[in-house]
Design a protein around this ligand. Structure first.
Ligand SMILES: Cc1ncc(C[n+]2csc(CCOP(=O)(O)OP(=O)(O)O)c2C)c(N)n1
Ligand SMILES: [Mg+2]
Length: 378
Protein backbone atom coordinates (compact mmCIF):
# COMPACT_ATOMS: atom_id res chain seq x y z
CA UNK A 1 0.00 0.00 0.00
CA UNK A 2 3.03 2.29 -0.28
CA UNK A 3 2.23 5.73 -1.68
CA UNK A 4 -1.45 4.97 -1.46
CA UNK A 5 -1.26 2.63 -4.45
CA UNK A 6 -3.33 -0.50 -4.58
CA UNK A 7 -1.72 -3.84 -5.20
CA UNK A 8 -3.11 -5.41 -8.34
CA UNK A 9 -2.22 -8.73 -9.90
CA UNK A 10 -0.58 -10.34 -6.88
CA UNK A 11 -2.03 -12.91 -4.58
CA UNK A 12 -1.49 -11.20 -1.26
CA UNK A 13 -1.66 -7.46 -0.62
CA UNK A 14 1.32 -5.81 1.07
CA UNK A 15 1.25 -6.82 4.71
CA UNK A 16 -0.30 -10.18 3.86
CA UNK A 17 -3.56 -11.83 4.81
CA UNK A 18 -4.79 -15.08 6.31
CA UNK A 19 -5.02 -17.65 3.56
CA UNK A 20 -5.76 -21.36 4.05
CA UNK A 21 -6.44 -22.27 0.42
CA UNK A 22 -4.27 -20.93 -2.38
CA UNK A 23 -5.69 -19.92 -5.77
CA UNK A 24 -4.33 -23.26 -7.06
CA UNK A 25 -6.38 -25.20 -4.55
CA UNK A 26 -3.55 -26.07 -2.19
CA UNK A 27 -4.39 -26.31 1.50
CA UNK A 28 -2.33 -24.38 4.03
CA UNK A 29 -2.48 -26.20 7.37
CA UNK A 30 -2.50 -23.17 9.61
CA UNK A 31 -1.57 -19.52 9.68
CA UNK A 32 -0.38 -17.58 12.71
CA UNK A 33 -0.75 -13.81 12.55
CA UNK A 34 1.57 -11.25 14.15
CA UNK A 35 -0.54 -11.12 17.32
CA UNK A 36 -0.02 -14.85 17.85
CA UNK A 37 -3.49 -16.01 16.77
CA UNK A 38 -3.47 -19.28 14.85
CA UNK A 39 -6.11 -20.03 12.24
CA UNK A 40 -6.92 -23.43 10.77
CA UNK A 41 -9.91 -25.51 9.72
CA UNK A 42 -10.68 -29.18 9.96
CA UNK A 43 -13.61 -30.12 7.77
CA UNK A 44 -14.87 -33.55 6.85
CA UNK A 45 -14.86 -34.54 3.19
CA UNK A 46 -18.61 -33.93 3.10
CA UNK A 47 -18.19 -30.46 4.56
CA UNK A 48 -15.70 -29.51 1.84
CA UNK A 49 -18.19 -30.69 -0.75
CA UNK A 50 -20.99 -28.77 0.95
CA UNK A 51 -18.96 -25.56 0.87
CA UNK A 52 -18.41 -26.04 -2.84
CA UNK A 53 -22.13 -26.60 -3.33
CA UNK A 54 -22.94 -23.42 -1.40
CA UNK A 55 -20.53 -21.38 -3.50
CA UNK A 56 -21.88 -22.67 -6.81
CA UNK A 57 -25.49 -22.28 -5.71
CA UNK A 58 -25.20 -18.70 -4.50
CA UNK A 59 -23.39 -17.71 -7.71
CA UNK A 60 -26.03 -19.42 -9.84
CA UNK A 61 -28.95 -17.79 -8.01
CA UNK A 62 -27.19 -14.44 -8.24
CA UNK A 63 -26.75 -14.84 -12.00
CA UNK A 64 -30.45 -15.61 -12.31
CA UNK A 65 -31.29 -12.44 -10.39
CA UNK A 66 -29.10 -10.36 -12.69
CA UNK A 67 -30.85 -11.92 -15.70
CA UNK A 68 -34.26 -11.20 -14.17
CA UNK A 69 -33.31 -7.56 -13.77
CA UNK A 70 -32.10 -7.38 -17.36
CA UNK A 71 -35.46 -8.76 -18.46
CA UNK A 72 -37.29 -6.05 -16.54
CA UNK A 73 -38.51 -8.36 -13.78
CA UNK A 74 -36.52 -6.68 -10.99
CA UNK A 75 -36.01 -2.97 -10.52
CA UNK A 76 -32.38 -3.40 -9.55
CA UNK A 77 -30.00 -6.10 -8.31
CA UNK A 78 -26.79 -5.85 -6.28
CA UNK A 79 -24.70 -8.82 -7.38
CA UNK A 80 -22.38 -10.76 -5.07
CA UNK A 81 -20.29 -12.08 -7.97
CA UNK A 82 -16.71 -12.59 -6.76
CA UNK A 83 -17.63 -12.30 -3.10
CA UNK A 84 -19.06 -15.82 -2.68
CA UNK A 85 -16.27 -17.10 -0.45
CA UNK A 86 -16.39 -14.10 1.89
CA UNK A 87 -20.13 -14.59 2.32
CA UNK A 88 -20.34 -18.38 2.45
CA UNK A 89 -17.28 -18.69 4.71
CA UNK A 90 -18.46 -16.08 7.19
CA UNK A 91 -22.10 -17.19 6.99
CA UNK A 92 -21.28 -20.83 7.67
CA UNK A 93 -19.09 -19.75 10.58
CA UNK A 94 -22.08 -18.30 12.44
CA UNK A 95 -23.81 -20.39 15.05
CA UNK A 96 -27.61 -20.65 14.98
CA UNK A 97 -28.08 -18.17 17.84
CA UNK A 98 -25.93 -15.46 16.19
CA UNK A 99 -27.49 -12.35 14.72
CA UNK A 100 -26.42 -10.95 11.33
CA UNK A 101 -26.86 -7.39 10.07
CA UNK A 102 -26.44 -7.33 6.27
CA UNK A 103 -26.09 -4.60 3.66
CA UNK A 104 -27.95 -5.06 0.39
CA UNK A 105 -25.47 -7.56 -1.11
CA UNK A 106 -25.39 -10.39 1.44
CA UNK A 107 -27.51 -12.90 -0.49
CA UNK A 108 -24.86 -15.55 0.16
CA UNK A 109 -24.97 -15.03 3.91
CA UNK A 110 -28.75 -15.16 3.76
CA UNK A 111 -28.55 -18.48 1.91
CA UNK A 112 -26.16 -20.04 4.42
CA UNK A 113 -28.48 -19.08 7.26
CA UNK A 114 -30.95 -21.52 5.72
CA UNK A 115 -33.30 -18.74 4.66
CA UNK A 116 -35.47 -19.14 1.56
CA UNK A 117 -33.50 -17.25 -1.15
CA UNK A 118 -36.74 -15.68 -2.41
CA UNK A 119 -36.92 -13.53 0.73
CA UNK A 120 -35.16 -10.35 -0.53
CA UNK A 121 -36.70 -10.47 -4.01
CA UNK A 122 -39.85 -8.59 -3.03
CA UNK A 123 -37.64 -5.60 -2.25
CA UNK A 124 -35.74 -5.77 -5.55
CA UNK A 125 -38.96 -6.34 -7.52
CA UNK A 126 -40.61 -3.48 -5.70
CA UNK A 127 -43.61 -5.49 -4.54
CA UNK A 128 -42.85 -5.14 -0.86
CA UNK A 129 -40.56 -3.01 1.25
CA UNK A 130 -38.08 -5.69 2.15
CA UNK A 131 -39.38 -6.25 5.62
CA UNK A 132 -39.10 -9.57 7.42
CA UNK A 133 -38.84 -10.55 11.06
CA UNK A 134 -35.14 -10.25 11.95
CA UNK A 135 -35.62 -12.30 15.12
CA UNK A 136 -37.22 -15.19 13.27
CA UNK A 137 -34.32 -15.52 10.85
CA UNK A 138 -31.52 -14.09 13.01
CA UNK A 139 -30.88 -11.96 9.95
CA UNK A 140 -31.75 -8.29 10.02
CA UNK A 141 -33.43 -6.52 7.11
CA UNK A 142 -31.28 -5.39 4.19
CA UNK A 143 -29.92 -1.90 4.77
CA UNK A 144 -29.33 0.44 1.86
CA UNK A 145 -28.18 3.40 3.96
CA UNK A 146 -24.43 2.85 3.87
CA UNK A 147 -23.03 1.82 7.25
CA UNK A 148 -26.24 2.43 9.24
CA UNK A 149 -26.57 -1.25 10.15
CA UNK A 150 -23.26 -1.16 12.04
CA UNK A 151 -24.89 1.11 14.62
CA UNK A 152 -28.03 -1.04 14.78
CA UNK A 153 -25.79 -4.07 15.25
CA UNK A 154 -23.77 -2.35 17.98
CA UNK A 155 -26.92 -1.42 19.88
CA UNK A 156 -28.21 -4.95 19.51
CA UNK A 157 -24.87 -6.37 20.69
CA UNK A 158 -24.85 -4.13 23.74
CA UNK A 159 -28.44 -5.22 24.41
CA UNK A 160 -27.73 -8.94 24.38
CA UNK A 161 -24.92 -8.38 26.87
CA UNK A 162 -27.35 -6.53 29.16
CA UNK A 163 -29.78 -9.43 28.72
CA UNK A 164 -27.07 -11.84 29.89
CA UNK A 165 -26.97 -13.72 26.60
CA UNK A 166 -23.18 -13.71 26.27
CA UNK A 167 -20.26 -14.99 28.29
CA UNK A 168 -20.12 -18.68 27.46
CA UNK A 169 -19.91 -21.13 24.57
CA UNK A 170 -23.69 -21.06 24.06
CA UNK A 171 -23.75 -17.28 24.08
CA UNK A 172 -24.93 -15.11 21.22
CA UNK A 173 -22.72 -12.88 19.07
CA UNK A 174 -23.42 -10.35 16.34
CA UNK A 175 -21.92 -9.84 12.92
CA UNK A 176 -22.26 -6.60 10.98
CA UNK A 177 -21.49 -6.60 7.26
CA UNK A 178 -20.38 -3.52 5.35
CA UNK A 179 -18.14 -2.48 2.48
CA UNK A 180 -14.82 -0.68 2.07
CA UNK A 181 -16.62 2.54 1.19
CA UNK A 182 -18.72 2.32 4.32
CA UNK A 183 -15.60 2.64 6.47
CA UNK A 184 -15.61 6.36 5.62
CA UNK A 185 -19.07 6.82 7.10
CA UNK A 186 -19.52 8.49 10.46
CA UNK A 187 -21.94 5.75 11.50
CA UNK A 188 -19.31 3.04 11.10
CA UNK A 189 -16.71 4.96 13.08
CA UNK A 190 -19.26 5.65 15.82
CA UNK A 191 -20.11 1.94 15.89
CA UNK A 192 -16.39 1.19 16.32
CA UNK A 193 -16.13 3.64 19.23
CA UNK A 194 -19.20 2.32 21.05
CA UNK A 195 -18.34 -1.32 20.48
CA UNK A 196 -14.74 -0.82 21.55
CA UNK A 197 -15.57 1.15 24.67
CA UNK A 198 -18.42 -1.15 25.74
CA UNK A 199 -16.65 -4.34 24.72
CA UNK A 200 -19.67 -5.32 22.65
CA UNK A 201 -19.97 -8.92 21.37
CA UNK A 202 -19.71 -7.96 17.72
CA UNK A 203 -17.67 -8.79 14.64
CA UNK A 204 -17.35 -6.11 12.00
CA UNK A 205 -17.06 -7.95 8.71
CA UNK A 206 -15.85 -5.58 6.00
CA UNK A 207 -15.92 -6.98 2.48
CA UNK A 208 -13.25 -4.89 0.86
CA UNK A 209 -14.27 -5.44 -2.75
CA UNK A 210 -11.94 -2.58 -3.77
CA UNK A 211 -14.69 -0.19 -4.86
CA UNK A 212 -17.48 1.96 -3.51
CA UNK A 213 -19.40 2.20 -6.79
CA UNK A 214 -16.73 3.98 -8.90
CA UNK A 215 -14.51 5.11 -6.01
CA UNK A 216 -11.45 2.88 -5.57
CA UNK A 217 -10.06 1.93 -2.18
CA UNK A 218 -7.31 4.57 -2.23
CA UNK A 219 -10.02 7.21 -1.97
CA UNK A 220 -11.13 5.74 1.38
CA UNK A 221 -7.91 5.11 3.26
CA UNK A 222 -4.15 5.55 3.56
CA UNK A 223 -3.73 2.44 5.68
CA UNK A 224 -5.05 -1.09 5.22
CA UNK A 225 -8.61 -1.12 6.54
CA UNK A 226 -8.05 -3.85 9.15
CA UNK A 227 -5.44 -1.62 10.84
CA UNK A 228 -8.13 0.94 11.62
CA UNK A 229 -9.26 -1.32 14.47
CA UNK A 230 -6.06 -0.50 16.43
CA UNK A 231 -7.15 3.08 16.91
CA UNK A 232 -10.47 1.95 18.36
CA UNK A 233 -8.86 -0.48 20.75
CA UNK A 234 -9.80 -3.85 19.35
CA UNK A 235 -8.10 -6.36 17.04
CA UNK A 236 -8.25 -6.23 13.27
CA UNK A 237 -7.38 -9.06 10.91
CA UNK A 238 -7.16 -9.24 7.13
CA UNK A 239 -8.25 -12.42 5.44
CA UNK A 240 -8.19 -13.61 1.85
CA UNK A 241 -11.82 -12.92 1.06
CA UNK A 242 -11.71 -15.28 -1.92
CA UNK A 243 -10.75 -18.17 0.32
CA UNK A 244 -13.79 -19.81 1.88
CA UNK A 245 -11.69 -21.79 4.37
CA UNK A 246 -9.88 -18.73 5.70
CA UNK A 247 -12.99 -16.56 5.93
CA UNK A 248 -14.66 -19.39 7.84
CA UNK A 249 -11.72 -19.82 10.25
CA UNK A 250 -11.27 -16.12 10.95
CA UNK A 251 -14.97 -15.43 11.42
CA UNK A 252 -15.51 -18.48 13.64
CA UNK A 253 -12.69 -17.42 15.94
CA UNK A 254 -13.76 -13.78 16.15
CA UNK A 255 -17.43 -14.70 16.79
CA UNK A 256 -16.45 -17.16 19.51
CA UNK A 257 -14.30 -14.52 21.19
CA UNK A 258 -17.22 -12.10 21.04
CA UNK A 259 -19.71 -14.59 22.49
CA UNK A 260 -17.29 -15.27 25.36
CA UNK A 261 -17.27 -11.57 26.21
CA UNK A 262 -13.87 -10.76 24.72
CA UNK A 263 -15.08 -7.81 22.69
CA UNK A 264 -15.18 -6.86 19.02
CA UNK A 265 -12.98 -7.74 16.05
CA UNK A 266 -12.72 -6.05 12.67
CA UNK A 267 -12.29 -8.52 9.82
CA UNK A 268 -11.24 -7.15 6.46
CA UNK A 269 -12.10 -9.70 3.79
CA UNK A 270 -9.89 -8.75 0.90
CA UNK A 271 -11.86 -9.53 -2.23
CA UNK A 272 -13.08 -8.07 -5.50
CA UNK A 273 -16.43 -7.14 -6.95
CA UNK A 274 -16.33 -9.00 -10.27
CA UNK A 275 -19.53 -7.48 -11.57
CA UNK A 276 -21.09 -4.05 -11.58
CA UNK A 277 -21.91 -2.23 -8.34
CA UNK A 278 -25.56 -2.83 -9.18
CA UNK A 279 -27.39 -3.43 -12.43
CA UNK A 280 -27.58 0.39 -12.74
CA UNK A 281 -23.79 0.68 -13.00
CA UNK A 282 -21.28 0.26 -15.84
CA UNK A 283 -17.88 -0.58 -14.29
CA UNK A 284 -16.05 -0.41 -17.64
CA UNK A 285 -16.21 3.37 -17.22
CA UNK A 286 -13.89 3.40 -14.22
CA UNK A 287 -11.74 0.27 -14.14
CA UNK A 288 -9.54 -1.54 -16.60
CA UNK A 289 -10.04 -5.04 -17.96
CA UNK A 290 -6.59 -6.27 -16.88
CA UNK A 291 -7.47 -5.67 -13.24
CA UNK A 292 -10.61 -7.78 -13.55
CA UNK A 293 -8.61 -10.49 -15.34
CA UNK A 294 -6.03 -10.58 -12.53
CA UNK A 295 -8.80 -11.25 -10.05
CA UNK A 296 -10.33 -13.94 -12.23
CA UNK A 297 -7.24 -16.02 -11.46
CA UNK A 298 -8.22 -15.88 -7.79
CA UNK A 299 -11.76 -17.08 -8.33
CA UNK A 300 -13.25 -18.31 -5.05
CA UNK A 301 -15.05 -21.29 -6.61
CA UNK A 302 -12.32 -22.61 -8.88
CA UNK A 303 -9.88 -22.99 -6.01
CA UNK A 304 -12.29 -25.14 -4.00
CA UNK A 305 -12.94 -27.19 -7.12
CA UNK A 306 -9.17 -27.59 -7.54
CA UNK A 307 -8.90 -28.73 -3.93
CA UNK A 308 -11.66 -31.31 -4.37
CA UNK A 309 -9.95 -32.67 -7.49
CA UNK A 310 -6.47 -32.61 -5.96
CA UNK A 311 -7.59 -34.50 -2.87
CA UNK A 312 -9.90 -36.79 -4.87
CA UNK A 313 -12.95 -35.71 -2.92
CA UNK A 314 -15.14 -35.26 -5.99
CA UNK A 315 -15.44 -36.46 -9.56
CA UNK A 316 -17.01 -35.14 -12.75
CA UNK A 317 -20.35 -36.60 -11.81
CA UNK A 318 -20.37 -34.67 -8.54
CA UNK A 319 -19.54 -31.38 -10.27
CA UNK A 320 -22.21 -31.96 -12.95
CA UNK A 321 -24.73 -32.79 -10.27
CA UNK A 322 -23.99 -29.62 -8.29
CA UNK A 323 -24.39 -27.51 -11.44
CA UNK A 324 -27.63 -29.22 -12.36
CA UNK A 325 -29.13 -28.85 -8.88
CA UNK A 326 -28.16 -25.17 -8.76
CA UNK A 327 -29.69 -24.60 -12.21
CA UNK A 328 -32.94 -26.22 -11.04
CA UNK A 329 -33.00 -23.99 -7.97
CA UNK A 330 -32.50 -20.98 -10.23
CA UNK A 331 -35.43 -21.96 -12.46
CA UNK A 332 -37.59 -22.43 -9.39
CA UNK A 333 -36.53 -19.04 -8.04
CA UNK A 334 -37.32 -17.41 -11.40
CA UNK A 335 -40.79 -18.93 -11.52
CA UNK A 336 -41.55 -17.80 -8.00
CA UNK A 337 -40.29 -14.26 -8.67
CA UNK A 338 -42.45 -14.01 -11.81
CA UNK A 339 -45.51 -15.09 -9.89
CA UNK A 340 -45.10 -12.55 -7.09
CA UNK A 341 -48.35 -10.58 -7.03
CA UNK A 342 -48.30 -6.81 -7.43
CA UNK A 343 -49.42 -5.18 -4.20
CA UNK A 344 -52.62 -3.14 -3.95
CA UNK A 345 -51.44 0.50 -4.27
CA UNK A 346 -52.73 1.61 -0.87
CA UNK A 347 -50.71 -1.04 0.98
CA UNK A 348 -47.73 1.30 0.64
CA UNK A 349 -49.10 3.01 3.77
CA UNK A 350 -49.29 -0.20 5.80
CA UNK A 351 -46.64 -0.93 8.42
CA UNK A 352 -45.13 2.57 8.38
CA UNK A 353 -46.06 3.07 12.05
CA UNK A 354 -47.41 0.37 14.34
CA UNK A 355 -50.37 2.55 15.34
CA UNK A 356 -50.70 4.63 12.17
CA UNK A 357 -50.61 8.44 12.23
CA UNK A 358 -53.06 11.23 11.32
CA UNK A 359 -50.58 12.61 8.80
CA UNK A 360 -50.32 9.23 7.11
CA UNK A 361 -54.11 8.81 7.14
CA UNK A 362 -54.38 12.09 5.29
CA UNK A 363 -51.87 10.97 2.67
CA UNK A 364 -53.68 7.65 2.25
CA UNK A 365 -56.98 9.45 1.66
CA UNK A 366 -55.42 11.80 -0.86
CA UNK A 367 -53.85 8.91 -2.74
CA UNK A 368 -57.11 6.91 -2.63
CA UNK A 369 -58.95 9.90 -4.14
CA UNK A 370 -56.27 10.21 -6.82
CA UNK A 371 -56.61 6.51 -7.72
CA UNK A 372 -60.41 6.83 -7.72
CA UNK A 373 -60.15 9.68 -10.25
CA UNK A 374 -59.12 7.08 -12.86
CA UNK A 375 -62.21 4.94 -12.35
CA UNK A 376 -64.17 4.52 -15.52
CA UNK A 377 -61.29 5.79 -17.71
CA UNK A 378 -59.43 3.52 -20.10
C1 LIG B 1 -25.57 7.10 3.53
C2 LIG B 1 -25.47 6.75 2.08
N1 LIG B 1 -24.71 7.48 1.25
C3 LIG B 1 -24.63 7.15 -0.06
C4 LIG B 1 -25.31 6.09 -0.56
C5 LIG B 1 -25.19 5.72 -2.03
N2 LIG B 1 -24.42 4.49 -2.15
C6 LIG B 1 -25.00 3.30 -2.37
S1 LIG B 1 -23.89 2.05 -2.45
C7 LIG B 1 -22.60 3.10 -2.20
C8 LIG B 1 -21.18 2.58 -2.18
C9 LIG B 1 -20.92 1.61 -1.08
O1 LIG B 1 -19.65 1.04 -1.23
P1 LIG B 1 -19.09 -0.04 -0.24
O2 LIG B 1 -19.33 0.37 1.17
O3 LIG B 1 -17.70 -0.33 -0.63
O4 LIG B 1 -20.03 -1.32 -0.50
P2 LIG B 1 -20.19 -2.21 -1.82
O5 LIG B 1 -21.41 -1.68 -2.55
O6 LIG B 1 -18.93 -2.09 -2.61
O7 LIG B 1 -20.46 -3.60 -1.35
C10 LIG B 1 -23.04 4.42 -2.07
C11 LIG B 1 -22.16 5.56 -1.87
C12 LIG B 1 -26.14 5.37 0.33
N3 LIG B 1 -26.86 4.31 -0.08
N4 LIG B 1 -26.20 5.68 1.64
MG1 LIG C 1 -16.99 -1.84 -1.84
Amino acid sequence: MANGEREVGVDAPAGGFVQLLTPDGERVDSVTTADGTTYSVSFTDDEYRELYKDLVTVRRLDAEATALQRQGELGIWASLLGQEAAQVGSGRALRPQDMAFPTYREHGVLYTRGIDPIMPFGLFRGVDQGGWDPNEFKFNTYTIVIGAQTLHATGYAMGITMDGKTGNADGEAVIAYFGDGATSQGDVNEAFVWSGVFHAPIVFFCQNNQYAISEPLERQTRVPLYQRANGFGFPGVRVDGNDVLATYAVTRKAMDQARHGQGPTLIEAYTYRMGAHTTSDDPSRYRIASEVEAWQARDPILRVRALLVREQLADDEFFADVDETAAKQAVELRERVLSMPDPAPLTIFDNVYPEGSPHLDEQREQYAAYLASFEGSH
